[in-house]
Ligand binder design. Structure first.
Ligand code: UDP
Length: 338
């Protein structure tokens, strides 16, 4: 009996795979390696290189490995990219998720955990935002994930199929043991970009928007350590294995930091100064998004262990440094502002 992790060679997926193999679970990874890396998958897990939209392949993997649960990470995750290429996002995140869910139902896999996102809320009217808030995505990325949540809800009503959708807030940090981390080339996420700037991999970085109605004019986000997020999936899996019903949970710490506060943390922890430029707003960015995480704490007993921005940044910096030494990130990063 195995757990199928789609996107298990990627950033969050590889942390999940380590979490599972550390707990001696049998794991098979399905990843097309467009943004993932084969080396990010631990030797104890089986890597199948292929696409989640390949119905025959998914069914074959499920049968061969006696898959009982699917944890679905594979997809595209960059908000501005989704604004520029909405149809690409609806293909990768919605159409292919539909194919994966259909293959799961046809193969009798009744437990499914889905990587959703806080972007389904858009710019929430109330912060911290609860799971019951209005769903008004501001980007094709958020819409593409919301559509999958809707498919899961309807599928769970029609079939013997239970799911947990985890709405991630801003995921950062790296494996505290240094085995994997955020390795994407041409990264766009704030903590990764700031760490690259601190280590001299970029000459400077931009702050997108300084005129928001927040304490210093820059956007506020709730940054969650990737290890705490992986542990939330373990709790969700236990819930489903115990016969728990389908649920949706926010994954965040319930407090946020501005872009400037994050950059200050990276400068403080790294001991490095680097040039920061003030740039116009980025399309699709809500001003403030912070989780109300009481539901997952109460229902699943989830307790974060890394709720500390400096520690998140420390782990991200350590990984960034390790990446350069391993020369895994061989391609040059995109120029700032590109
Ligand atoms: N951001 C920034 N400069 C960067 C990258 C991000 O100012 O180089 C800002 C971005 O505009 C947003 C916040 O940092 O307000 C978090 O963005 P990120 O892309 O990390 O995550 P998102 O919230 O879009 O999922």
């Amino acid at each position: 009996m195995s757990i199928l992790v789609t996107g298990g060679a990627g950033y969050i997926g590889s942390h999940m795979v380590y979490e599972l193999v550390d707990a001696r679970e049998s794991v098979v990874v399905l990843d097309n390696l467009t943004t993932g890396f084969h080396w990010a998958v631990p030797g104890e897990a089986k890597l199948v290189v292929g696409d989640i939209g390949d119905d025959a392949l998914v069914k074959d993997v499920v049968r061969k490995h006696q898959v009982k649960a699917i944890i679905h990470f594979a997809g595209s995750i960059v908000v501005p990219e989704s604004v520029a290429d909405p149809l690409g996002y609806y293909l990768n995140n919605t159409v292919k998720s539909r194919a994966l869910i259909a293959a799961a139902v046809a193969s009798g896999v009744g437990q499914f955990i889905f990587s959703s996102t806080a972007a389904v809320y858009g710019a929430p009217r109330q912060v911290p935002v609860q799971e019951t808030a209005q769903l008004e995505p501001m980007s094709p990325y958020g819409s593409s994930k919301l559509m999958t949540e809707i498919m899961l809800r309807d599928t769970s009503i029609a079939h013997d199929f239970s799911y947990v959708a985890l709405r991630y807030f801003n995921v950062a940090g790296a494996d505290p043991r240094g085995r994997t981390g955020q390795s994407t080339k041409g990264a766009t996420h704030l903590i990764k970009v700031a760490c690259e700037a601190a280590l001299g991999k970029r000459p400077a970085m931009d702050v997108f928007g300084t005129d928001y109605a927040t304490r210093d004019g820059t956007c506020i986000r709730d940054y969650i350590h990737v290890k705490d997020l992986a542990r939330a999936h373990v709790s969700a899996l236990e819930h489903l294995r115990g016969g728990g019903k389908s649920e949706i949970f926010n994954c965040g710490y319930s407090h946020g930091y501005t872009v400037i506060e994050v950059i200050e943390a990276v400068k403080r922890v790294s001991g490095q100064d680097f040039p920061v430029r003030f740039a116009p707003r980025r399309p699709g960015d809500p001003p403030e998004i912070v989780a109300d995480s009481s539901k997952i704490r109460t229902n699943l007993g989830w307790q974060p262990q890394y709720d500390d921005l400096d520690r998140i940044v420390r782990h991200a910096l350590d990984w960034e440094d390790r990446l350069s030494r391993l020369k895994r990130n061989a391609e040059p990063v995109a120029p700032v502002g590109a």
